[in-house]
Each structure stands twice: as C-alpha cells, then as structure tokens.
Design a binder for this molecule. Structure first.
Ligand SMILES: Nc1ncnc2c1ncn2[C@@H]1O[C@H](COP(=O)(O)OP(=O)(O)O)[C@@H](O)[C@H]1O
Ligand SMILES: [Mg+2]
Length: 369
C-alpha cells in the first residue's frame, strides 16, 4: 500500500503510516485470552476508533500495538515494517492515556520538551518544536504556565501535544477524555479531530462512547470479548450492522427474531415482513433477526406501496421519554413485546392511546447473528 503524503504544518512533511494487524492473538500469563485472532487494517492518515464495552479488549489491542504487551501469535505492521518483535521505544509511537498526568513539577513547555530531551534534541531545536506544538494545540502563550493553572481539557491538549512532539508515526489514545465532562469532551473531541487532520497522523482511539466514536472516526472497529465484530465507517455500521450486538451498541434498536424466511419475506411474531430483494439475499444465517431503528417507524401510516408490513401493526402507547430535540416512545405490540418509536416532540401520542405503526421495506436490516 502506498503511504499517503501529508504535511505537518508545525514541521516537515510526514508520511502517514498504515497499520496492519494480522491474525493477532494474545493470551495473558493466567491463561485468559485477551485477543482472539484479530485482523485490522488502518489506512495511513485515518482516524480509527476501537469501540466496545468495558472489558472487550480495547486497551489490550492498543497496548499490543504500542509494544507494551507481546502477542502470542500474529503480526503487527506499521507501514511495511513488521514491528511485532520491536520494543516500545523503537516503534516511534505517541501515547495518550485517560489519566496520563503531566509532570506536575514541570511547566507546560518543559512537559512538551521532555520526550525531545530523552531523544537528545538540542536546546534550540527543543525550543522551536515546543513553540510549534503550543501553536498546534492552540495554547500559544501557555508555555510558562504550571500544570495546575490549566483546566482538565487544556491539560489533555498538552498531553496530546507532548505525544506529537517527537513526530511519532502513530498516535494512540486510550479514553483520553474519560475524566472530562460532556461539554469539554465535545470541545476537545473537535480539537483532536482537527489536530489529527492537520497533522495527517494515523490515530487509533479507544472509547466505550458510541457518540464520541461517531464524531471522531473515519472508521470504527466494534469490539466484544476480545474480538473485532465489525469494522467500517460510522454510517455503514449504523445503517448496516451485521449482528444484534453491533446494532444495539450503536444506537436504539428494535430487534425482531426471524422464525423463517420465504423468498423476500421474513416470518416474525409481527407477521410477514417483506424485505428488499437485496436484503433478503443475505438471509442464510442460522439465527437471523431484523433491525428497525426507532426513527424509521411511522405512526398511523397512510397506505404506501413500500411498507414492510402488509397490515400496519396495532400497538398501544406505553410511555414517552423526552430527549430535548426528539421523543422516544415505547409502544406495546400485540405479542406484548416493546417497540421504540422516535417522534417529533410536537406530535407525541398519549400513554394508553391505540395507534398503528409500520415502516418502509428499505428501512429493514437483516442481521446474521
Ligand atoms: N494482565 C492481565 N491478565 C489477565 N487478564 C487481563 C489482563 N489485562 C486485562 N485482562 C483482561 O482482559 C480483558 C480485556 O481488558 P481490556 O483490554 O483492559 O478491556 P477494555 O479496555 O476494553 O475495557 C478484561 O477481561 C481484563 O480483565
Ligand atoms: Mg480500557
């Protein structure tokens, strides 16, 4: 693969490195398998997020990439170089952790210069690079500040700047915004994305927050129990998940078990659901299910040729959750299962009302597992 050429505005041109993880397996000394055979390719210059619940193996994969723990099997390539056997220092990676405290006894400039000092940069080169980094993280006048004078978000910007100072070939971030409140996370997230795009560095970011992953990423690897279940763009993962797990993890999901398939029709507890022929073609899985997102369900629909259900389903309104810009309504289906429907806050039905629902054929996703 050809490496993409980008320019670090705070320095010389850098070559964005790709990452290839090939059949990587990692067993801890106690026998626990932290990573099952894992494959992943991150294009140079892209922002890739490892997304999954706590304990799914995100940090383990990131630490293996950094060289902090050794895999039992498989290979890691940065660009064309096999780094599997290389020690941490030889991999040239910038690392930012959730609680990666800056050195409190050093000021901001000294913190950023620290890795450069370790690499024997001259005092003049260090000074010039620190100035570039301070500009890059938009704290141009904070060099002389003590760490304690900075907000939590500013401290993490300095930590990111410090990680970038030595011009690493990769930037790895493990829940770097976990300790910050929601507003700060959004701001720092936007800053981080901008910084990554401006420097063109390849980034791998760990989070359990689906919204954060959507905002930041070119691609997301959804992890569960030491495995990558699906790897794709945010919009593709949301609209075409392959499994119940991914469908649920990426947003509100109505999952409907499929009893059997007949041509372009899935037989379910709600009656026959007709699928687009493209969708039905994939229905050869052992335990398929249908996914319908709440925003795709319509209340009291008029007749449409594209409806997934032959007859609208009669349901009763259970309760409504007000979410600010929208409402999430829970309705009870004839088989007593609950269905989530998103609606506009101006036309929210009342609890106890009888209504009917349907959705478009094109909005039905067939899941393999
Ligand atoms: N050194 C270790 N020895 C044994 N098990 C470990 C070790 N480190 C992590 N684990 C286990 O591996 C699993 C994945 O951990 P981790 O990668 O930290 O998850 P995540 O970052 O997704 O929350 C967890 O069940 C954790 O308990
Ligand atoms: Mg972790």
């Amino acid at each position: 693969m050809r490496a993409s050429q980008t320019v670090d505005p705070a320095g010389s041109p850098t070559t964005a490195n790709s990452i290839t993880i090939d059949e990587l397996e990692l067993k801890f000394p106690n026998g626990f398998v932290g990573l099952k055979s894992t494959k992943l390719h991150v294009t140079g210059g892209q922002f890739c997020t490892l997304l999954g619940p706590s304990g799914s193996g995100k940090t383990t994969l990131l630490r293996a990439l950094a060289g902090l723990i050794a895999p039992t099997r498989g290979r890691i390539l940065i660009g064309d170089t096999d780094v599997t056997a290389l020690p941490v220092q030889a991999r040239n990676i910038g690392f930012v952790f959730q609680n990666y405290a800056l050195f409190p006894h050093m000021n901001v400039a000294e913190n950023i210069a620290y890795p450069l000092k370790l690499h024997n940069w001259s005092a003049a080169d260090r000074e010039a690079r620190v100035k570039e980094i301070l500009d890059l993280i938009e704290l141009p006048r904070a060099g002389e500040h003590t760490v304690g004078q900075l907000s939590g978000g500013q401290q993490q910007r300095v930590a990111i700047g410090r990680a970038l100072a030595y011009r690493p070939s990769l930037l790895l971030l493990d829940e770097p915004m976990g300790a910050l409140d929601r507003r700060l996370r959004q701001q720092l997230g936007a800053d981080l994305r901008e910084l990554q795009q401006r420097t063109g560095i390849t980034a791998v970011y760990v989070t359990h927050d689906q919204e954060e992953a959507f905002i930041l990423s070119d691609k997301i690897a959804v992890m569960s129990q030491g495995e990558i279940l699906q790897y794709s763009t945010p919009s593709d993962l949301y609209s075409r998940p392959r499994s119940r797990f991914v469908a649920r993890f990426l947003g509100e999901a109505n999952l409907i078990d499929v009893q059997s398939m007949q041509d372009n029709t899935a037989l379910t507890a709600y009656g026959p659901v007709s699928l687009s022929s493209q969708t039905a073609e994939r229905g050869k899985a052992t335990s398929p299910a249908l996914l319908v997102r709440p925003e795709d369900i319509l209340f009291n629909p008029g007749r449409t040729a594209d409806a997934a259900l032959a007859q609208p389903l009669k349901v009763k309104i259970c309760r409504t959750l007000f979410l600010g810009s929208r409402c999430l309504v829970t309705v009870l289906a004839p088989d007593d299962s609950e269905i989530l429907v998103e609606c506009n806050k101006s036309d929210v039905p009342k609890a106890g009302d009888d209504v009917s629902i349907t959705w478009d054929r094109a909005a039905t996703v067939l899941l393999d597992s």
